[in-house]
Ligand binder design. Structure first.
Ligand SMILES: [Zn+2]
Length: 168
């Protein structure tokens, strides 16, 4: 299976073993640079950004953390480092929950200055796939990038955050 990068257009072959980490209908980014390109391609002043911004006032936002953030996985930790220290972009972690007709969904990262979200996941379950599909249907204006797990080596090659050991 080949997937085209939504930013640079390059085709990447996804091995059979890695297929389970991919949702074919999602925008695919082939590199960290293209993840950056995707963020910058979402102009915070365009109408989509404004709509998303207005929508955030209609969903619930709740404080999840007092003090330092504890990520759910080392992978999230690496993505957080990338966004914060490499891209120098401020983010909120699990800050906005969206009401869905079937429950709620809280994206992992909200890059507030660009009004976009990141979802970071390894294995993709059937339930998760359904939830993301529901979110896309009910919030088509909200920009969310599903970070492909197959980029994990690139994230893991970044320096450590908070002195955590490399868990690979
Ligand atoms: Zn690319």
């Amino acid at each position: 299976m080949f997937l085209g990068c939504c930013i640079c257009g390059k085709m990447t072959e996804i091995s059979k073993a890695n297929k389970k980490y991919i949702i074919e209908s999602e925008e695919f980014t082939c590199s960290l640079n293209c993840v950056k390109g995707w963020i910058k391609s979402n102009d915070k002043y365009d109408s989509v950004g404004k709509v998303a911004s207005e929508m955030l006032h209609n969903v619930y936002a709740y404080p999840r953390h007092s003090g330092s953030i504890r990520y759910r996985s080392e992978y999230e930790n690496r993505v957080a480092y990338f966004v914060s220290n490499i891209l120098d972009i401020t983010f909120g972690y699990e800050m906005h929950g969206f009401n869905l007709s079937t429950g709620t969904y809280t994206p992992d990262f909200w890059l507030r200055d660009f009004n976009v979200f990141f979802e970071v996941k390894g294995i993709i379950t059937v339930g998760w796939r359904k939830k993301l599909k529901r979110f896309r249907e009910e919030y088509p204006e909200v920009k969310l990038l599903f970070i492909p797990w197959i980029l994990k080596d690139k994230f893991y090659n970044l320096p450590n955050l908070c002195g955590l050991r490399d868990v690979r």
